[in-house]
Design a protein around this ligand. Structure first.
Ligand code: GCU
Length: 599
């Protein structure tokens, strides 16, 4: 009997190893950082596509691009003869037959390669929503799940001299065990939505680094550099020419080197968004970055930027170019959204509800806008599924690795409006918070909650996650989803953790720009005056909130969300924007701008 048991155990181990080998080798790698500074070849542009709403491409194995071999052969798929789609860019906004597609599109791109000996080659994606299955020359090289973070595959030993063919299966179906899950209030743009690059490196290269101010310091940097492929210890240099600063270090057996240096930095702030040219060197690689230095911390009930209390004048932004009705991705898209935030007198943008493009983060930093970076852990998430908790950790790593050198990012937000009653929600998110702190202890970490109760004009605010958050972040829609129960100026607050800063991360209501004919005291007419009144009352209520460190109206622009089906006023748009999708300022916009002007 014992022999049988051992045999069974061995068989199980072999099956597990096979599955790990299958999944392990086919999972994308967490991407190297600072792609813009690398030796890269862009694969952006026109890609051939096969539209596959029936999901037939898998069993036809379209990535093999079979060709007829004999006179009686024929093949019932081809990229040739089909349409092209622009990469980067969502597919829904490019072809009218794809407008509402939640399904599969197969993309194809060819490139010429002449990789020299001693060089390595990587295929890097800025983001693909939602699942990418990637094939090179007919062979699957891996998959990635998650629509808003970068990933890469090393193809050094898979690429051939001459013409190579990439095929990417993109599927944007919502998934019950996805992140986000089935239900969310934004447009599910699918596609290869950000840049695609081939990156060539030496055998060892600078994969990652962390160069930011030490927590609570105004002059000391505590960081590290991580090499990939280094067989022996290497000398590392961090140079900041403008400060005549050179910091030297040496990597350990894992290619890791700690760095520590001090200087009298010109600190980054909204008023002075100073960025330094920083050169990171090892013995056979060099990358250049633009890095700012600042301190962000919570002290008691205040948020301190560079040691001084700051009021966070924020606005929520979705990653959508309102004028193109498409997923935003470019520097121009970023500037449209961020300039509108600056015009509202903001010093802070909450990039809802997922990591936006690196263009958005870098442009915000240059413009002096602090950034709230958020995982798409939105409402209904299957926290008790172990695959989901694994995905949470992967997405966290991808977000933090890409942006942790961006001093403009001051908040990592790990969830939005999840429900305390969901099985394993508290445990999973508390664990995720600890993992985030281990990855980056220099920034504020928070969860966004809407579990507060509002009764007799009094808020009772409590959630198990608050004790693990640096901020008490509350979404409340008094005046829209819930009528006022008394004078805004007489609102009472019962906050379970009274010694933390409170941030109103969402508030507002809907209005159709130009809708001013209906009764202005009735919500059902989507009048600007009704929305304006919400903002007047909300800004009055803010004075009653203890330890208020900032507010963040939902949201900057009207944006597409198919669940918004009132065909008189919404037409597939969430109309809580302070601006219409054509950039028109609603009456409420002026209330918010004046409130911020007085701050
Ligand atoms: C929620 C949610 C938003 C949503 C908003 C609304 O608070 O966080 O994503 O769009 O409310 O109902 O408009």
């Amino acid at each position: 009997m014992k022999i049988f048991k051992n045999k069974l155990f061995r068989i199980r181990i072999l099956i597990l190893l096979f599955l790990l080998q299958m999944t392990g080798s086919l999972l994308a790698q967490t991407a190297m950082i600072n792609v813009s500074s690398r030796n890269k070849t862009s694969l952006n542009g026109q890609w051939q596509v096969i539209l596959d709403p029936a999901g037939a491409g898998d069993w036809k194995q379209v990535w093999q691009e079979k060709k007829p071999q004999i006179k009686t052969d024929f093949v019932e798929y081809s990229f040739d003869g089909g349409p092209y789609l622009k990469v980067p860019g969502d597919f829904n906004s490019q072809l009218c037959e794809l407008t509402y597609l939640e399904g599969t599109v197969w993309y194809k791109k060819q490139f010429e390669n002449s990789l020299q000996p001693g060089k390595r080659l990587f295929l890097h994606f800025g983001a693909v929503n939602y699942i990418a299955d990637v094939y090179l020359n007919g062979e699957k090289i891996g998959s990635h799940e998650g629509g808003f973070t970068p990933f890469q595959f090393e193809i050094t030993n898979k690429v051939k001299t001459g013409t190579n063919t990439i095929v990417v299966k993109v599927n944007n179906h919502r998934k019950g065990n996805g992140i986000p899950g089935f239900g969310y209030d934004w447009f599910n743009y699918g596609g290869i939505t950000r840049d695609v690059d081939l990156i060539e490196t030496n055998t060892s290269y600078i994969e990652d680094y962390f160069i930011q101010m030490k927590k609570g310091s105004l002059n000391k940097v505590l960081g590290w550099v991580q090499l990939n492929g280094a067989q022996t210890a290497q000398n590392i240099k961090i140079k900041i020419p403008e400060l005549n600063l050179v910091c030297k270090a040496r990597t350990d057996e894992k290619g890791h080197a700690k760095v520590e240096f001090s200087s009298r930095f010109k600190l980054w702030s909204p008023e002075t968004p100073k960025l330094y040219k920083v050169i990171v060197e090892c013995e056979n690689d060099v990358v250049t970055d633009s890095i700012g230095f600042r301190s962000i911390e919570v002290k008691g009930t205040k948020v301190l930027l560079n040691g001084k209390p700051i009021f966070l004048k924020a606005v929520n932004i979705h990653e959508e170019n309102p004028y193109k009705k498409a997923r935003a991705y470019s520097i121009d898209d970023a500037r449209i959204l961020l300039n509108a935030a600056k015009e509202l007198r903001c010093n802070f943008v909450r990039l809802a509800h997922y990591p936006h493009s690196e263009n958005m983060i870098r442009e915000a930093e240059k413009m002096g806008l602090m950034v709230w970076n958020e995982l798409p852990v939105y409402q209904h998430i299957q926290f008790s599924d172990s695959i989901v908790t694994r995905k949470l950790e992967l997405m966290l790593n991808e977000m933090v690795r890409r942006d942790r050198n961006r001093c403009g990012v001051v908040v990592w937000s790990l969830s939005n409006e999840t429900y305390p009653g969901t099985p394993n929600r508290n445990e999973a998110l508390i664990d995720l918070t600890k993992k985030c702190k281990a990855l980056d202890s220099t920034r504020l970490i928070t969860h966004v909650i809407n579990t507060q109760t509002y009764k007799d004009n009094s808020f009772n605010v409590w959630d198990p996650l608050y004790q693990y958050s640096d901020l008490i972040a509350i979404n409340e829609y008094i005046g829209w989803y819930i009528p006022w129960q008394g004078k805004p100026s007489e609102t009472k607050w019962q906050i379970s953790l009274p010694d933390k800063p409170v941030f109103v991360s969402e508030f507002g209501g809907e209005a159709l720009y130009g809708s001013n004919s209906g009764p202005t005291d009735e919500a059902a007419y989507w009048t600007e005056a009704y929305q304006e009144k919400i903002f007047v009352n909300q800004t009055e209520m803010f004075s009653t909130i203890p330890n208020l460190c900032g507010v963040c109206p939902w949201l900057l622009f009207d944006y597409r969300s198919l669940g918004r089906m009132n065909q008189q006023y919404q037409n597939g748009y969430n109309r809580k924007g302070l601006l219409s999708e054509n950039g028109n300022k609603k009456k409420a916009w002026f209330i918010m701008r004046d409130f911020y002007n007085k701050k």
